[in-house]
Design a protein around this ligand. Structure first.
Ligand code: D5M
Ligand code: FE
Ligand code: ZN
Length: 550
């Protein structure tokens, strides 16, 4: 069996009775000869082990005949030369011949239980209403095939089939240069910036402006902030005094994001005293696009089929509601990642698996997708639990998984992707960076209770995952797929399993909750997930209604 994709590696390991850590799978898939790497790994795994770990693979590859040395030693989370995650995991959608739509298959009508109609309130979200699925008697209809005929969304900013990265060091340099060029382009009109090397030559006391990626943030002995900016020529230290209003903005900074500063050089010209910080941002007056007919989209994510905590009941109620007259105008279903629970994603995850085989998980997911009316247009991106490479941008599912999920002929795209639905630009991103934003920023700016506020920060930075390292893995590509060149009209994420939405400079940010009850890990860290909600978006007004199906 060829072992060119991580999913094949997972399958091969599962065939031998092993779960595997995600990175272990990537390492094997990226080895020069994955089949040999797999065999070597299986030899290295102790007899009583259930999970193939990254350590097992590294140990095995140290001895394996001629594995790719980069793939062995690299860590995608470090800035050192470089994970070769990109090479092996690519789906090739161009080669994937779309099977004809089987629109009839999803139109099966099930008896719909009337869902609980307790209203949900969220005062923080003006302009949006929360409704429940069961307030109107649920009326199931006969076959709806052909009643909805939504045009296919147009997809941009999708790495699927475009990936060229091999994880070499200079590819990281190239992708950061691209990030700088594009985000600096957004800031250029607002400052008259000079390159770092030019500022290094300027006289003390001169006014200067610089655009750079945040390279370091330190507090000085006297409590001021020293922010080092880096551009394509070099770095320059910028000092933000603690008693200035702009000191608050330093709290919002993430490493590797692009900002501009204006200020005055110190007398010795060695440092820039900052008077203003500028973010690429969304213009306050941004006028979002809207559909020119009344049509709606359901925005969901984090279904986690295969987990013991997946709520098939809630999903069934949601799917049943979609068959009702009330949901007739809901023509699109957007799924922002984590279709399945996956295997080896987190330590001890296998103890909570209902389905241990990743392919069976997708088969079961596909069955649940078939409950959704067949005439809806479905669009999905992968998340960190899905069987694609973990490093972002993540390509869409490979052919084999597409085959499993083909019944509905969904549009399968990468993470992130900018999809235009009825003229409305929806930026879909799974949301792993939200963990990072929430961990780094003060609670009033980003928290699990208000995930949309963390999304506002990403909009302000015009990048879906600015801080490279820690939780967010980056695969270097020709360009930085994670930059928001265009302002989206709607920003849709998931991942943190919390429901939250609101508008930032007229852009609707929605984090869509989940369909998985609280896991043991979440209990241990007090994450209380929002389960079984479906945000329903009016594409003609960008107003939202949230329906509850638990
Ligand atoms: O992530 C769901 C949320 O829970 C997200 O905020 C990450 C967090 N999470 C869940 N399990 C873990 C473990 N084991 N370590 C760290 N963070 C975790 P999801 O991607 O759906 O698992
Ligand atoms: Fe999830
Ligand atoms: Zn996730």
């Amino acid at each position: 069996m060829p072992l060119e994709t991580p999913s094949r590696v997972v399958q091969a390991l599962a065939g031998r009775g092993y779960n595997a850590e995600r990175e272990a799978v990537t390492l094997i898939a990226d080895a020069e000869t994955p089949a040999l790497a797999l065999e070597a790994t299986l030899e290295a795994v102790p007899e009583d082990a259930l999970v193939v770990t990254t350590a097992h693979v590294r140990e095995a590859l140290g001895e394996a005949p001629a594995p790719d040395p980069d793939a062995v030693t690299d860590d995608a989370a470090s800035a050192e030369p470089a994970p070769s995650a990109a090479a092996a995991a690519q789906a090739s959608p161009d080669a994937f011949d779309d099977t004809p739509a089987e629109r009839g298959r999803g139109a099966n009508v099930r008896g719909a239980d009337a869902p609980d109609d307790s209203p949900v309130s969220d005062g923080a979200n003006p302009g949006s209403t929360v409704d429940s699925g069961g307030t109107t008697p649920v009326e199931t209809k006969g076959s709806r095939v052909g009643e909805r005929s939504p045009p296919e969304p147009v997809v941009a900013q999708d790495v699927t089939g475009q990936s060229t990265g091999t994880g070499e060091y200079d590819e990281f340099v190239r992708v950061f240069r691209d990030r700088y060029d594009r985000l600096a382009g957004q800031l250029r009109g607002r400052v008259n910036h000079r390159p770092a090397t030019a500022i290094q030559e300027m006289a003390g006391g001169t006014e200067a402006e610089m655009i750079g990626l945040v390279n370091d943030i330190r507090s000085t002995a006297s409590g001021h902030w020293l922010v080092e900016l880096e551009d394509t020529t070099g770095t320059f230290p910028c000092l933000v005094m603690k008693d200035r209003d702009i000191a608050d903005l330093v709290d919002e900074l993430l490493m590797d994001e692009c900002i501009a500063v204006s200020g005055t050089l110190a007398d010795d010209a060695g440092i820039l005293f900052v008077d203003a910080i500028h973010f690429p941002d969304v213009p306050r007056t941004y006028q979002p696009n809207t559909a020119d007919r009344h049509v709606q989209a359901a925005l969901v994510s984090d279904i986690h089929v295969g987990s013991q905590e997946f709520s098939a009941e809630a999903w069934g109620r949601f799917a049943d509601w979609l068959h009702t007259e009330e949901a007739e105008t809901v023509e699109y279903l957007l799924v922002a990642g984590d279709m399945v629970e996956g295997v080896g994603v987190y330590p001890n995850q296998d103890e909570e698996l209902d389905i241990v085989d990743i392919y069976e998980q997708y088969e079961t997911f596909s069955e649940h997708l078939k409950q959704v009316p067949g005439d809806m247009e479905i669009l999905m991106i992968p998340g960190n639990h899905d069987a694609v490479r973990l490093a972002e941008p993540q390509p869409g599912f490979d052919e084999e998984l597409r085959g499993i999920m083909s019944a509905h002929d969904p549009q399968i795209v990468g993470n992130p992707a900018l999809v235009t639905v009825e003229g409305v630009k929806v930026l879909m991103y799974h949301g792993v960076s939200l963990d990072e934003v929430i961990a780094e920023l003060p609670a009033e700016k980003a928290s699990y209770d208000d995930p949309h506020r963390a999304m506002y920060q990403l909009l302000k930075k015009r990048h879906v995952a600015p801080q490279f390292g820690d939780r967010t893995r980056l695969a270097p590509e020709e360009s930085d797929y994670l930059v928001m060149d265009e302002v989206p009209d709607v920003f849709h994420t998931g991942h943190v399993h919390k429901l939250g939405w609101g508008k930032y400079h007229n852009v609707l940010a929605v984090n869509s909750g989940c369909w998985q009850e609280q896991t043991a890990f979440q209990r241990s860290v007090n994450i209380d997930p929002d389960v079984g909600y479906a945000p329903i978006l009016d594409l003609d007004t960008l107003d939202m209604t949230v329906r509850k199906f638990t």
